[in-house]
Design a protein around this ligand. Structure first.
Ligand SMILES: NC(=O)c1ccc[n+]([C@@H]2O[C@H](COP(=O)([O-])OP(=O)(O)OC[C@H]3O[C@@H](n4cnc5c(N)ncnc54)[C@H](O)[C@@H]3O)[C@@H](O)[C@H]2O)c1
Ligand SMILES: O=C(O)[C@H](O)COP(=O)(O)O
Length: 528
C-alpha cells in the first residue's frame, strides 16, 4: 500500500530525501494552500509535514480521516492543535535539535546588531547619510545578559555570550545551582534576572504560562535602557507593553524575529527606530533546514513503516536503550488488554496494570498504553492507538493505575491486566518466555499456558465427568477444529475452566449451543 505524505510548508529538498527514497511513500509538495484548501485536501493524506506557517487546527485534524502523523520540521509546535491530534490518535513529531545552532547564532546577531546599531546605521548610509554620532553603540564585554529559558537555544546563547565576555544570568524553572555553576553562569528568579540584565533574551516555548510573560509589570522591573531580544515566539512578549516601554524610554532597543501574528509587515513596533526585526529567520539557514527536514523525514518514514518515532511531542519519549528492552512486551500487553476486555462485562471503572520481575526496572508507560489500546479497541474500534489510548480511557472516566512489584511468581517477568467494572473484576496475566515468545499464564485465578493469538473460547463450567467431551462433540458437529485445550479447576467437583484455541471464529450458533450445554456457566469467544 502506498502512503501519501503532504508537505505544506517549504522544506529543504535535500532534507526530505528519506521520504523520496521510501518505496511505499508518495510525496506531494504544495506550499501555497489556504486553510480552506488544506481542509479540503487533507483527507487523502497519511502524513503532513509542516514548519511554523501551516496552522494545523482542530478543524483540519477533524477532516484528516487518514492522517497518522504530523511532522514539524523545527521546534515550536504552537501551530499544531496537540490536544486535537492526541484525541484523534495522530502522533506529532518535531525536530528539536536541528535548528538550535542557527537560532542561537541569529540571537547573537540580534544582540550585536542592537549593541552597535548596525541595521539603523546601514539603513541611514543606504539613504546617503554618513552619521557617526547618532549610532554610537555599547560594548557587550562586562554587560549582563539575562537569559529567560535555558533550554537548547538558551544554553547555546549563554555559551556564546560568555565568549563575548558578557556576564550571563539565567532563569529557567529547571535550572539548578549545580547546572548554572557547571555552565559558569549566574541564576535567579525571573524578577532577579530582569532586574540585573543590560540585555535580555527570551528562549521559552509559547505556552499558556509564558503568554505575555514579559508584560508591563515585567518591563517595570528592568533596568532603564535595557535592550531585549525575542527569537523564540511572538506572544511571549506583550507587544503593546513593549511599544509603551520603548516610547517611554525604559527600553532602549528591541530585536524581534517573531511576532504575535505572522506574517506581519504593518505593525506599530516596526515603525520605531529602536526596533530591529527579521521575518522569523532564526531557523532559516541551509544547514538548519536540511537538518530538521532530515530528522523529521526519518521519523515519518520510520513511523509509517511500523517503527517508533524518535521525537514524539504528544507521547512521552523513551530512551532508546529502554525502548529496546520493553518493545518485545508491546505485543503481550496489547493482547492481554484484548483478552481481558472480552472477559469483561459491565461498565469499565478501573484498570490496574501490575508489572513484576524484570519489568519493574523499566519505564512502563508505553506498555500501559499498549494494554489500554487492546482493552479499549473492543468497544471504541481500531482508531484507538497508543497515542490516544490514555486520553480515551480518561475521557471514559476509567481510572488507570500502574503497580510494580518484584515478585513475579516464578516467572522472570509478569504483566497482569486487571479490570474492575460495575459488575465485577477480571484479570489476565502473561509473560515473555525466553526464546518462546508471549504466553498467557493466568486467567482470573486459573493457571494456564496459552499462546496469545488466533481464535479462542474461554468456558467456565462445573468440574463434572463428561463436560469436556460434550464441548468436544458439539464443536466437532459444528466442524470447528480444536487446536489446543487447557483445563483448570479450583477444586474437584467445583468451578472449572476450559480454554480452547480453535481454527476459526466461534459463530453465534455454536456459541448459543455451547452455552446451553449442562454444567456450562459461561462461554466467551476471544479473537486475538
Ligand atoms: N526564531 C526561530 O526561528 C526559532 C528557531 C528555533 C526555535 N525557536 C523557538 O525558540 C524557543 C526555544 O527553543 P528550544 O529548542 O531552546 O526549546 P527547549 O524546549 O530546549 O527550551 C525551552 C526552555 O524554556 C524553559 N521554560 C519553560 N517555561 C518557562 C518559563 N515560564 N520561564 C522560563 N523558562 C521557561 C524550559 O524549561 C526549557 O528549558 C521555542 O519557543 C522555539 O519554538 C525559534
Ligand atoms: O520553532 C522553530 O523551529 C522555529 O520557529 C522555526 O520555524 P520555521 O520552521 O517556520 O522557520
Amino acid at each position: 500500500m502506498v502512503l501519501k505524505v503532504l508537505i505544506s510548508d517549504p522544506l529543504s529538498e535535500d532534507g526530505i530525501y528519506p521520504l523520496r527514497q521510501a518505496e511505499h511513500i508518495e510525496v506531494t509538495v504544495d506550499t501555497g494552500l489556504t486553510p480552506e484548501e488544506l481542509a479540503e485536501k487533507i483527507e487523502a493524506f497519511d502524513a503532513l509535514l509542516v514548519r511554523s506557517q501551516t496552522q494545523v487546527t482542530r478543524e483540519i485534524i477533524e477532516k484528516a480521516k487518514n492522517l497518522k502523523i504530523v511532522g514539524r520540521a523545527g521546534v515550536g509546535v504552537d501551530n499544531i492543535d496537540l490536544d486535537a491530534a492526541t484525541e484523534h490518535g495522530i502522533i506529532v513529531v518535531n525536530a528539536p535539535d536541528g535548528n538550535t545552532n542557527s537560532a542561537a547564532e541569529h540571537t547573537m546577531a540580534m544582540i550585536m546588531s542592537l549593541a552597535r546599531n548596525i541595521p539603523q546605521a546601514y539603513h541611514a548610509l543606504k539613504n546617503k547619510k554618513w552619521d557617526r554620532k547618532k549610532y554610537v553603540g555599547v560594548e557587550l564585554k562586562n554587560k549582563t545578559l539575562g537569559v529567560v529559558g535555558l533550554g537548547r537555544i538558551g544554553a547555546e546563547v549563554a555559551a556564546r555570550a560568555k565568549g563575548q565576555r558578557m556576564n550571563v544570568v539565567a532563569y529557567d524553572p529547571f535550572l539548578t545551582e549545580e547546572k548554572a555553576e557547571k555552565m559558569g553562569i549566574g541564576y535567579g528568579t525571573l524578577e532577579e534576572v530582569l532586574a540585573q540584565a543590560d540585555f535580555i533574551t527570551i528562549h521559552t516555548p509559547l505556552l499558556k504560562e509564558t503568554k505575555h510573560l514579559i508584560n508591563k509589570e515585567a518591563f517595570e522591573k528592568m533596568k532603564d535602557g535595557v535592550q531585549i531580544v525575542n527569537c523564540a515566539r511572538g506572544g511571549i512578549i506583550d507587544e503593546d507593553a513593549l511599544y509603551d516601554a520603548i516610547v517611554n524610554k525604559k527600553v532602549a532597543g528591541a530585536g524581534l524575529d517573531v511576532f504575535e501574528q505572522e506574517p506581519v509587515t504593518d505593525h506599530k513596533l516596526l515603525e520605531l527606530p529602536e526596533v530591529i526585526a527579521t521575518p522569523h529567520l532564526g531557523a532559516s539557514t541551509v544547514e538548519a533546514q536540511e537538518s530538521v527536514a532530515i530528522d523529521v523525514s526519518h521519523d515519518v518514514v520510520n513511523f509509517l513503516s511500523g517503527g517508533l518515532a524518535k521525537n514524539p511531542v504528544n507521547l512521552p519519549s523513551v530512551a532508546k536503550e529502554v525502548m529496546n528492552k520493553i518493545e518485545p512486551y508491546f505485543y503481550l500487553a496489547e493482547k492481554l488488554g484484548v483478552f481481558v476486555s472480552n472477559l469483561t462485562q459491565g461498565v469499565m471503572e478501573e484498570v490496574n496494570i501490575y508489572y513484576s520481575g524484570e519489568l519493574t526496572d523499566f519505564e512502563v508507560g508505553p506498555l500501559t498504553r499498549n494494554a489500554l489500546k487492546g482493552l479499549l479497541k473492543r468497544h471504541l474500534g481500531d482508531h484507538v492507538n497508543d497515542v490516544n489510548a490514555a486520553f480515551l480511557a480518561d475521557r471514559k472516566g476509567i481510572e488507570v493505575h500502574e503497580h510494580k512489584s518484584s515478585s513475579a511468581k516464578g516467572f522472570t517477568n509478569l504483566l497482569t491486566v486487571e479490570v474492575k467494572t460495575n459488575v465485577g473484576t477480571r484479570k489476565v496475566a502473561g509473560t515473555l518466555l525466553n526464546g518462546l515468545g508471549a504466553r498467557i499464564v493466568l486467567v482470573d485465578t486459573y493457571s494456564v499456558d496459552v499462546l496469545p493469538e488466533g481464535h479462542m473460547v474461554f468456558i467456565r463450567h462445573k468440574d463434572q465427568p463428561g463436560a469436556i467431551g460434550r464441548v468436544g462433540t458439539l464443536l466437532a458437529r459444528e466442524e470447528i477444529n480444536i487446536a489446543t485445550m487447557q483445563v483448570g479447576r479450583s477444586n474437584a467437583g467445583g468451578d472449572a475452566i476450559m480454554m480452547l484455541t480453535i481454527d476459526k471464529h466461534l459463530e453465534r450458533r455454536a456459541l448459543d449451543q455451547l452455552s446451553q450445554l449442562s454444567d456450562i456457566y459461561g462461554v466467551t469467544p476471544i479473537d486475538l
